[in-house]
Write a protein that binds this ligand. Structure first.
Ligand SMILES: [Zn+2]
Length: 262
């Protein structure tokens, strides 16, 4: 009951004063973007109907997004969790993001339907965390997040820990939802793929990063048409452009809001 009451107060506070609970309130601009190419090394990720390895496409897209950002921003710090075919643990990806002070974490993947799923799936979708499943998030966030190290030290006061961790999750959620909506628009504009929308799943890689984090599923390798598109230079460029333009729009809004709209 005490927990429920705390959540209620928290939701009220976040909706009335969203800025006041933002962990980024001291940052003026979005200065560091973390690009996370999913899988790598011994972990190929999904394998396409025509044997494309997801890890290779994820890296190609990531490197293209990095190049676009570098060509268009002089003052933006772009950090990659991997820049070659290396295996990186999920927790390590979050650690890299946190240590580099990332303001936005984009995890880049390609999808595959489950083998026993009779439905032929196609298109892109985006994943963010679901703050309604707060207890699960808190458990993982408290365990994994470097940002919350100071909270761990005060473990005797679990109510304060709970409120701090909740406010952290809720304030990131606002930004994650915004970024995911921008990504939907840009993917619709740039790619000819089907829009499968924004979904909420407790992916470990999203918990590890203490900043707004979105996981991008670019298309289905279990679908021959999606796979061919993802393998083509045009497809890779369109997808990289969609991610790049989304970061650009998000940064513009974020920088404006944090400098002029307080
Ligand atoms: Zn993947």
């Amino acid at each position: 009951m005490k927990k429920l009451y705390s959540v209620f107060i928290l939701i009220l506070l976040v909706s009335l004063f969203p800025q006041s609970l933002s962990p980024q309130r001291n940052l003026k601009i979005l200065s560091t973007v973390i690009l996370d190419a999913g899988h790598g090394g011994k972990d190929p990720g999904a394998i396409g109907v025509n044997k494309t390895y997801e890890k290779d496409l994820n890296l190609k897209i990531t490197l293209k997004v990095k190049e676009l950002l570098e060509n268009n921003y002089k003052d933006l710090n772009i950090v990659l969790t991997r820049s070659d075919d290396t295996f990186i643990e999920l927790q390590e990806r979050g650690r890299i993001a946190n240590e580099n002070g990332g303001n936005l974490f984009i995890s880049i993947h390609c999808n595959s339907k489950k083998l026993d799923d009779p439905e032929q799936k196609t298109g892109f979708e985006f994943y963010i965390l679901d703050p309604k499943r707060l207890d699960k998030h808190l458990e993982l966030t408290l365990l994994q997040n470097l940002f919350l190290k100071d909270i761990k030290r005060n473990e005797e006061d679990s109510t304060i820990n709970f409120i701090k961790a909740s406010s952290f999750i809720y304030s990131n959620y606002k930004y994650e939802e915004r970024m995911a909506k921008i990504l939907v628009k840009e993917f619709v504009k740039e790619t000819g793929l089907t829009n499968r929308g924004i979904k909420q799943e407790p992916f470990v890689v999203l918990y590890g990063a203490s900043m707004p984090a979105v996981l991008v599923e670019c298309g289905f390798l279990s679908n021959a048409s999606d796979e061919a598109y993802l393998n083509s230079e045009k497809g890779l460029n369109n997808i990289a452009n969609a991610i790049y333009k989304s970061i650009r729009i998000y940064k513009m809004e974020y920088d404006f809001e944090n400098n002029f709209y307080k």
